[in-house]
Design a protein around this ligand. Structure first.
Ligand SMILES: Cc1ncc(COP(=O)(O)O)c(C=O)c1O
Length: 464
């Protein structure tokens, strides 16, 4: 069978041979790590007992909650966090990638502090919100932008803008893709395989308690499946929304030519192409994923990395596609839009994320991916490494993952063990088995050595 090559701006290294791991041994190791977690993280356990009385699951986002209880954090600086048990933890989650410039980045702190001297909320235009918009338009190569407060708002408004622009309602998305919790997009985010239907024409599986409207789901990296949906339903489809690199089921890379083919199909069928760059954004490179990968969408959603840790997001694109906002076909509203602290953070992030700074972080990331790949080889682990920009992950499969069904075939038992292992060994990985690490501007050689050495210890333990 011909193996697909991935986009040349992305990284994937799959070993040619591996040996399976013993499942019974993994089960035992998992139990040990769980016991260790409960004995090491006593104050986090206590904090959870208190929190759960007023907060469902003891956390303000269900993504922050996991069994037996999440780690409670007291402070963070640079690439490190301190938990309520006083343990220093290397942060590889970095706020799901939001903390690209590092915790308490001095430039962000200084700009945000300065904003406190002039007021925090005007609910009126201001030179600082104009300046922030100009900076992001310049970077992302777009003509117009509107600020929001979360990625969910941005994807929701982008879809609504596309609906207003086309006068159609239907939304197409990728199976396994997460685009925030707006109703239209809470479809087949991680559907159970019993409900998901055939791999080439998946069912649209509606998330609990959401009302999405007309929705279609396609497998990633399958242009024929997209064409099938477009040719059948183009009359009612407003948009196709996709992450240019999927970053909510590990990292799933676009095959070479896939995004280009998506672009031309959208043009052919007059369907608005939305890139969700909430996760990729500046973590993909100084100008975001679209420009790095060479495929330009009609609308783009941003959040996380552009805000330096302040709640901030945006959507924008070509002026023609933002026209519904201008002419009132799609009212975009929000009391906190353009919040002065957030605008100050945009300015700081824009100053700090120079091509040289991001290049340094990316070369550390490539080093981490390469060294971890060598350990995978040495211990013949059924795993491979994937990376894009300053993000990377270990995928527990000896085959490349090109879509959601491949992802579902990866080994979740090892992924869970690796997750608990890291937390017990002073590394904060993102909650969930499907996230990726981020090498921020605050990570350096010492941090990369720490994470690679920890992976080596895990590999030794896995082989026993
Ligand atoms: C690709 C993608 N889009 C949208 C969102 C939603 O962003 P937020 O959590 O800021 O609402 C997320 C969140 O993780 C995401 O990963």
């Amino acid at each position: 069978m011909k193996t697909q090559t991935h986009h040349p701006q992305t990284f994937r290294s799959v070993p040619t041979h591996s040996k399976p791991l013993d499942s019974a041994r993994l089960e035992k190791l998992l139990e040990q790590q769980l016991d260790l977690y409960k004995t090491k993280l006593l104050s986090s356990g206590l904090e959870y007992q208190l929190a759960v009385q007023n907060i469902p699951l003891g956390a303000h986002s269900t993504f922050q909650s996991f069994e037996p209880y999440p780690i409670s954090i007291a402070s963070a600086k640079g690439a490190w966090m301190t938990d309520v048990d006083g343990r220093k933890m290397l942060d590889l989650s970095m706020g799901f990638g939001s903390m690209l410039v590092g915790h308490l980045n001095p430039e962000v702190v200084s700009e945000v502090r300065a904003s406190l001297d002039v007021g925090t909320l005007y609910t009126a235009p201001s030179p600082i919100s104009r300046d922030a918009a100009e900076r992001l338009c310049r970077r992302f190569g777009i003509e117009q932008i509107r600020f929001t407060n979360s990625g969910t708002e941005s994807t929701m408004y982008a879809v609504r803008t596309a609906r207003a622009y086309t006068g159609k309602e239907g939304v197409v998305k990728v199976e396994g893709g997460y685009h925030g919790s707006g109703d239209a997009l809470m479809v087949s985010t991680k559907p159970s395989l019993e409900k998901a239907g055939p791999a080439d024409s998946p069912n649209s599986v509606i998330g609990n308690a959401s009302v999405p409207g007309e929705s279609y789901v396609v497998p990633f990296n399958n242009i024929q499946a997209l064409e099938n949906v477009f040719s059948k339903h183009a009359k009612t489809i407003a948009c196709f929304i996709v992450e240019p690199v999927l970053e909510n089921i590990g990292i799933v890379l676009p095959d070479e030519g896939y995004l280009e083919a998506v672009r031309s199909l959208c043009d052919q069928y007059k369907i608005v192409l939305i890139f969700d760059e909430v996760k990729t954004g500046l973590t993909a490179g100084p100008q975001g994923a679209a420009q790095r990968l060479g495929v330009i969408p009609d609308l783009i959603c941003m959040a996380k990395s552009i805000g330096g840790g302040i709640p901030l997001a945006a959507f924008g694109g070509k002026a023609e596609f933002m026209q519904p906002v201008t002419d009132g076909r799609m009212p975009h509203l929000g009391t906190f839009n353009g919040h002065i602290m957030a605008m100050a953070a945009v300015r700081a992030v824009d100053k700090v994320c120079t091509p040289a700074a991001l290049e340094k972080a990316e070369s550390l990331n490539i080093q981490a991916l390469t060294r971890i790949r060598e350990i995978i080889d040495e211990f013949e682990l059924p795993a491979h490494t994937v990376g894009f920009g300053v993000k990377g992950c270990v995928t527990w499969s000896d085959k490349p993952v090109r879509n959601y069904r491949d992802y579902k075939a990866t080994d979740f038992q090892i992924a869970e063990l690796s997750f608990l292992w890291s937390l017990n060994h002073g590394i904060m990985t993102p909650p969930g088995l499907d996230e990726q690490w981020l090498i921020s501007l605050a990570h350096d050689q010492g941090e990369v050595d720490f994470m690679v050495n920890d992976f080596k210890e895990l590999a030794k333990t896995l082989r026993g």
